[in-house]
Design a protein around this ligand. Structure first.
Ligand code: F6P
Ligand code: MN
Length: 297
């Protein structure tokens, strides 16, 4: 089944068109990564000046989304203020997650949260979320509140389209992998102790440095991705609106749990567009155990 057919059957026209627009735009972003990443400096098919790939991605997605006429606003990690539109859905995005991986050609991603209320607001107002992986294939993993589904970009003739890869994905309860951002010496002590127990549980470290890539393998294999509270930086690094609430929503729809250490990430009401929080996501039993340890200090 193609993405547009799936959307027609499962979501409102507004959400379907917003999602289709993101899907088309992510192909444009992907096609431009080699030209705008600094790897092929000054080489550009249309002869324009080079732009950093993250600014380029931001503009491609923001212009296309505002152009649908269906979004109230588009807030982005790359913009200080949200771009205004005339519709009803608020979109918060990280247009190019993991951009420090551009030079090494390691995985990159894009993250989108679709909210029913003006931003900033809590993840309980999400009506849909998706993330794109630019890995060995381009995939879109999405949820509109009825499970998690995945599509992959395929080329048939000149056009690329997205075909269904997996319906109703569930995160395995048995944890196999873990990835924790920041430096070990800076993690708060309960996190350090908890991570020390992972190898004894048969888990293996897997870390690529892109939130989307690191979370994506946790969804497939079970386990945990964390960007924890740090000593001296208690609010961690990842942004609630753009990054952790959308992926936390997908994670819960896959049967997992996402916490800031004391409560669900979806219950955070950020006061600013770029508010951060500690973030721990993955298999529910492991995450509930972590929440107990972190809450107890
Ligand atoms: O968006 C921030 C980000 O690039 C995430 O994609 C990633 O998880 C994190 O930073 C990695 O941070 P660090 O390099 O500190 O481990
Ligand atoms: Mn990011």
């Amino acid at each position: 089944m193609r993405l547009d057919e799936f959307l027609k059957l499962n979501v409102s026209e507004d959400l379907a068109q917003i999602t289709t627009t993101i899907a088309q735009s992510c192909i444009t972003v992907w096609e431009n990564i080699p030209f705008k990443s600094g790897l092929l400096a000054d080489v550009n098919p249309s002869g324009e000046r080079q732009k950093a790939i993250d600014v380029f991605s931001n503009d491609v997605f923001a212009d296309a989304l505002v152009g649908t006429g269906l979004v109230r606003e588009v807030a982005s990690e790359e913009m200080e203020e949200a771009a205004a539109g005339k519709g009803r859905v608020s979109v918060a995005m990280d247009p190019l997650d993991g951009s420090s991986n551009v030079e090494t050609n390691n995985p990159l991603g894009s993250i989108f949260g679709m909210y029913s209320e003006p931003l900033p607001c809590s993840g309980r107002n999400l009506v849909g979320a998706l993330y794109v992986t630019y890995g060995n294939s381009i995939t879109i993993t999405l949820s509109f509140g009825k499970g998690v589904h995945r599509f992959a970009a395929v080329r048939k003739g000149p056009e690329m389209s997205f075909e269904l890869l997996g319906l109703d994905l569930k995160i395995p309860e048995k944890p196999q992998v873990y990835g924790v951002g920041g430096a070990r010496k800076d993690w708060i002590p309960p996190v350090r102790d908890f991570v020390d127990s992972f190898e004894g549980r048969g888990m293996r470290v897997r870390y690529c440095g892109t939130f989307v890539g690191d979370y994506n393998q946790v969804l497939s294999r079970g386990g945990i991705f964390a960007y924890p509270a740090l000593v001296g930086k208690p609010a961690g690094k990842l942004r609630v609106l753009y990054e952790t609430a959308p992926i936390g929503y997908i994670n819960e729809q896959a049967g997992g749990y996402a916490t800031d250490g004391t409560k669900s990430i979806l219950d955070i009401s950020p006061r600013s567009l770029s508010e951060t929080s500690p973030a721990y996501l993955g298999s529910a039993p492991l995450l509930h155990e972590l929440e107990r340890l972190v809450s107890a200090g």
